[in-house]
Design a binder for this molecule. Structure first.
Ligand code: IYR
Length: 224
């Protein structure tokens, strides 16, 4: 290992029994398998500390060259949520009525989505994830980040798991195109909005599409 320029410390790792491993694995799967994407949120408040914990959890994700190329912008301010909803609906109205080819639209019909985005103002929080495509070098020059799409995708996955684990719900909403989010949330040019996630409790009568998931055989191949 080339550790000329590195400072290494011991890995903290505590081995657990096979029995406990199995139990943890099943429990985690069962908890995550209950996750469903609903578009119906309650207005019930969620304390900021819970959103902070979810963002901290997301921030544990591995990232290309450990650049951690993400910014999570959390919004509970009502006026700002209204502004974001208006801009999102304006873009989505054009997407649904003009930009979306039939091959795409046919997949969305069973999901019941349209350009009305009530979740943006119903949920107590929205979290917008920005991907950083550039970083600053020590000498002040701008330089690229690496694997930022992958890194942010992993961090978002951890965020979703953290929200599920704390007993709340979130939705991966992709208002498209998303440039308006950079403008409204005043992020710099090298930050690109990837996803808008309302976070909160599901509405009392929340509905989800009647979907099933692919089973293990369908999503894996094995060479043992
Ligand atoms: N961005 C739109 C459309 C949309 C696209 C996909 I792919 C979905 O799985 C769901 C919706 C929207 O958020 O409505």
């Amino acid at each position: 290992m080339n550790d000329e320029n590195s400072d290494f410390i011991d890995l903290e790792f505590s081995q657990i029994s096979m029995e406990k491993m199995s139990e943890n694995a099943s429990k985690f799967f069962e908890m995550m398998n209950k996750r469903r994407t609903t578009r119906h949120f309650s207005k019930k408040q969620v304390p900021r500390e819970l959103i902070e914990m979810a963002i901290k959890t997301a921030g544990t994700a591995p990232s290309g060259a450990h650049l951690q190329p993400w910014t999570f912008v959390a919004v509970s301010n009502e006026d700002l949520k209204i502004k974001i909803r208006k801009a999102a609906e304006e873009e989505e109205r054009k997407t649904y009525s003009e930009r979306m080819p039939e091959a795409w639209a046919e997949l969305l019909r069973p999901l019941g989505t349209d350009h009305i985005k009530e979740h943006i103002t119903d949920a107590p929080w929205i979290v917008v994830v920005f991907r950083q495509s550039k970083r600053m070098r020590m000498n002040g020059e701008a330089a690229p980040t690496y694997y930022s799409q992958e890194s942010c995708g992993i961090a978002i996955g951890l965020f979703i798991a953290a929200i599920q684990n704390m007993g709340l719900t979130t939705l991966t909403h992709t208002p498209s195109p998303m440039k308006f989010l950079r403008d409204i949330l005043e992020r710099p040019e090298h930050e690109h909005a990837m996803l808008l996630m309302p976070v909160g409790y599901p509405a009392e009568n929340a509905k989800v599409p009647n979907l099933t998931r692919k089973n293990l055989d369908e999503i894996s191949e094995w060479f043992d």
